[in-house]
Ligand binder design. Sequence first.
Ligand code: HEC
Length: 152
Amino acid sequence: MLHAVSGRLSRVLAVLALAATFALGLMVFPASAQAQHKMNETDMELPIDDAAVVELGKEKFAQRCSFCHGGGGKGGKGPCLTCGRFPYSGNTNTGIYTVIAVGISNRSMGGTMGAFGTTMSAEEITAVVTYMRAEERRRIAAGEIPDPSRPQ
Ligand code: HEC
């Protein structure tokens, strides 16, 4: 009789341990979601803490974008892309990705920004956006630019 009770008790404990592990997993998950750098629930995820992706993006940016957007994306002929402000793409990763892929053909909106969707792979464009966001985060942390998520 006692044996049966302790058997049930250990099963209950096993289930509790399993539930605790699951809850812990849920607690850890939001932290990694944050590392994906999304601007809102439906925004495209970016692996902002993946050094290899950021490095690839940095390389591609230097090859294809610095000419107009300046070294480190600080701006030149084209606007700053690491200042936390994206008037053309609404400051979402999806919007920025889209502008890079299809360009800005509307002359009343500028029309100088070309389309890179045919000469860069999706992986490369994602890496470039990830690099821009990583650089933006670094600049906010260094106090070089104001944090756009905090009203001044
Ligand atoms: C020939 C110059 C030129 C090159 C090269 C260029 N851009 Fe641009 N880009 C511009 C200009 C100028 C604008 C402002 C809008 C316009 O005039 O079309 C712009 C706008 C943008 C925007 C919109 C910013 C916002 O406010 O949302 C993004 C994003 C962008 N460029 C990313 C890139 C990336 C990434 C690359 C490299 C893959 C790149 N551009 C290469 C000139 C360039």
